[in-house]
Design a protein around this ligand. Structure first.
Ligand code: GLA
Length: 733
């Protein structure tokens, strides 16, 4: 049993971790523990200090040391003397805010709970158990059900919340976070992933300061600027040692993660929908479902934590035909042509690509409506026959005849003012009456909270997918949303709109992925502006960044790897000089870096020399050889490019029979020793042969002494070393 209850203490056990809570004598649910398996009840850690200016709940009578402001709480509300960041805050019909959440009941079920309308971790009934703990505010009738999905073997616990209004009057939810985790002891640092368009998920680690540290987005998408995944680690925690906790929110809209270090050095970590762009009116009997957070912790440092997240995302978040399987190596025409293409140009690129072993041609932006620049056409999902003279069907057939699959780009949520859709339905865009709408990339956004908009998009996209043999869809979204308004809601409920937008997006994705189970959907938002576990439920891969410069990608992919598996990382080889940075890197380096993900190309192959084409054919063939290892192997961050002059990463097969070590030396240096790197995750007792120089090493030597890296020349020089287990030492020196 992963979940058990004894004397009011809840035990949630996974293979290597333990989570504990306890209902105390006042019915308050205390958080006791999340960490190593201790074989003990951790309530002895609860302390009741006499802290000045601490409020006491009335039931505690004259016990001035019983205060919700100092106790670790499982789900913190406001109005009862806890002044730390709350998990939940409401406004009652009388304008007051207090919630006195007290234990009511609990249920344990086999299997993993689902969340209506929202993506959620899924598991077979024998892989997970669900615990629901119901807390109630007696005065208002508000019920808060905390839900825990325990995936024991995966070492993962998911958390979600359902709020039900069992009172007689409306209640407004101002904030309902998915996670609330109180940690009374320890010296903590946090790691978050910030950035910007073309430079997403930069890794930042910092000691906690007293007060609140926060990462979040109010942009309507999870955003380039902050990612909804945060790590808390004990000071000194490394890749391979020390304790850390990771939380990834399965949500693609605005989010907030706050970590508060309070007056007693206690830490509270909350995470959920961003309250600045959210509130929700709950009528009597109505329920509100909160997106879930995926939680894991590790005593062996961040590497083990990453492995757990990679596994749960691949096996319990991503879905569909391409969830685990190999994906086609693709060529995308965006950086090859931008908007300037016609049928002939696409065919020429595809012909070259098919000769080099590439599996799929992806036609990017510009194939529809009057889309000749980013001023027009979005919303008109009908082929532009001036560019594709024979229509889409003929082009797809030609590509298919080359032995290639065909993929296509959509930006369903967007609309250009210069489009037939906007002329027919100006009321479908997000726009505040009496004000001009805010444009970004010259475009507006459709009101995804309206069913007729979702229905229109479903019909328009499914028509293209039904009438043409399309194997792949790139789902883009190229702006943030700020001037929220929907005609579908009354004035007092406009703040529901950002969340309703996300629900509409998910409804459309669910309907399309169900109707077209053989189509591979790739997420995108100007690259990685919506790279989150919510989108990965519908799209097993996401275009990681619009920045295809291999040097920058080393940093972007390093940060992405903390939570997201390589199979989810769309990465392409593009032209040199790079279109975003002007930097020149070798084709070898571009190939090596792009291979650490779902691989493809994005350049005009016809402009390359014969030697370059040959090199690409070799890259494609070696990627196909490595793809399984890259997707299914354990990922190791062996060198941190922020600290070293190189990034080195490795994929090691779960059975330890094979390893692929890759890296980039960022800056060339003269008169230096060759670099070396200690590998991890190999079998110490086995022998491994390098495919590059034929040398056989013991696993123990490679992990203790390390692997000598090839001598490289020039900045951003890449290397690849493939090691395979061999039965015995053949050339031990
Ligand atoms: C976004 C995407 C790019 C490309 C363009 C097309 O920026 O991230 O890959 O599809 O849009 O407009």
């Amino acid at each position: 049993m992963a979940i058990s209850v004894e004397n009011g203490v809840f035990y949630l056990e996974t293979a290597n971790t333990l989570y504990q809570m306890k209902v105390d004598s006042f019915g308050v649910l205390n958080h006791l523990w999340y960490g190593a398996k201790t074989d003990d009840c951790m309530d002895y850690l609860l302390d009741y200090p006499d802290v000045g200016f601490a409020g006491n709940i009335y039931e505690a009578e004259n016990q001035r040391t019983y205060s919700l402001n100092t106790l670790p709480l499982e789900y913190a509300a406001v109005g009862e003397g806890d002044f730390r960041v709350p998990a939940v805050s409401v406004t009652h019909a009388d304008g007051s805010n207090a919630l006195a959440l007290r234990f009511q009941e609990y249920h344990i079920e086999k299997g993993k709970y689902k969340i209506p309308g929202l993506p959620a971790v899924y598991a077979k009934d024998d892989e997970a158990e669900t615990l629901t703990i119901v807390l109630k505010d007696a005065a208002s009738g508000v019920e808060v059900s905390l839900r825990y999905g325990v995936l024991a073997q995966a070492d993962v616990i998911t958390r979600s919340v359902v709020v039900q209004n069992k009172g007689k009057e409306n209640v407004v939810l101002n904030r309902v976070h998915s996670l609330c985790l109180d940690i009374p002891y320890g010296n903590w640092e946090w790691v978050h992933f910030h950035g910007r368009h073309t430079m997403e998920r930069q890794t930042e680690r910092a000691a906690l300061v007293h007060g609140i540290q926060e990462s979040g987005s109010t942009r309507g998408t999870s955003s380039h600027q902050q990612n909804p995944a945060v790590l808390l680690c004990e000071k000194g925690c490394t890749e391979t040692s020390g304790f850390c906790i990771g939380a990834a929110l399965m949500y693609s809209g605005g989010f907030q993660a706050q970590i508060e270090c309070d007056q007693l050095e206690q830490v509270r970590f909350v995470m959920g929908i961003h309250p600045d762009t959210f509130s929700w009116t709950l009528e009597p009997d109505a329920c509100f479902y909160v997106p879930e957070v995926i939680l894991s912790c590790s005593e062996q440092g961040m590497e083990t934590l990453s492995h757990r997240f990679h596994q749960v995302i691949r096996e319990h978040v991503c879905r569909g035909r391409y969830q685990l399987s190999k994906r086609p190596v693709l060529i995308n025409n965006w950086e090859a042509t931008y908007f300037a293409f016609d049928e002939k140009k696409i065919e020429e690129i595809a012909e070259q690509a098919s000769r080099l072993g590439i599996d799929m041609m992806v036609l990017d932006d510009g194939w529809f409506g009057r889309r000749d620049s980013d001023f027009s056409g979005l919303g008109d999902w009908v082929v532009n026959e001036e560019k594709l003279q024979g229509g889409l069907g003929r082009l797809v057939e030609k590509i298919n005849r080359l032995g290639m699959k065909f993929g296509i780009w959509f930006e369903p949520e967007a609309v250009s003012e210069d489009s037939d859709l906007y002329k027919a339905h100006p009321e479908w865009v997000i726009r505040i009456p009496g004000r001009n709408p805010v444009r970004a990339r010259y475009q507006l956004v459709l009101d995804m909270s309206r069913e007729e908009v979702v229905e229109y998009l479903y019909r328009a996209i499914s028509k293209i997918l039904t009438e043409n043999h399309i194997a792949y869809v790139k789902w883009d979204m190229n702006r943030s949303i700020c001037d929220w308004y929907t005609a579908a809601l009354p004035a007092g409920r406009q703040t529901e709109m950002p969340h309703r937008y996300v629900l509409g997006l998910y409804a459309l994705l669910e309907k399309l992925t169900t109707a077209f189970p053989d189509v591979l959907f790739e997420g995108c938002s100007g690259g990685g502006g919506r790279f989150d576990a919510g989108m990965l439920y519908y799209c097993p891969q996401i275009w990681c960044s619009d920045n295809t410069d291999a040097h920058d990608r080393v940093f972007i992919q390093y940060g992405t790897s903390f939570f997201y598996p390589a199979s989810s990382v769309g990465s392409h080889v593009s032209a040199a000089p790079n279109h975003q940075t002007g930097r020149v890197t070798s084709l070898k380096t571009r190939g090596t870096v792009a291979m650490a993900g779902s691989f493809g190309y994005e350049l005009d192959l016809n402009k390359l020399s014969e030697a370059e084409k040959e090199e690409i054919a070799e890259q494609v063939s070696s990627y196909k050889g490595y793809q399984r290892l890259i997707y299914e192997g354990n990922y190791y961050r062996l060198r941190n490019p922020y600290e070293d002059n190189m990034a080195v990463w490795a994929f090691v097969a779960k059975d330890r029979k094979e390893a692929l070590v890759q890296g980039v030396v960022l800056r060339a240096a003269s008169n230096v020793l060759r670099g070396s790197v200690r590998l991890r995750g190999l079998d110490a007792e086995s022998f491994y042969q390098s495919a590059q120089d034929g040398r056989v090493y013991t696993g123990r030597a490679l992990m203790a002494g390390g692997l000598l890296l090839p001598r490289t020349e020039g900045d951003d020089a890449a290397f690849t070393i493939c090691l395979k287990q061999v039965p015995e030492v053949k050339n031990k020196n």
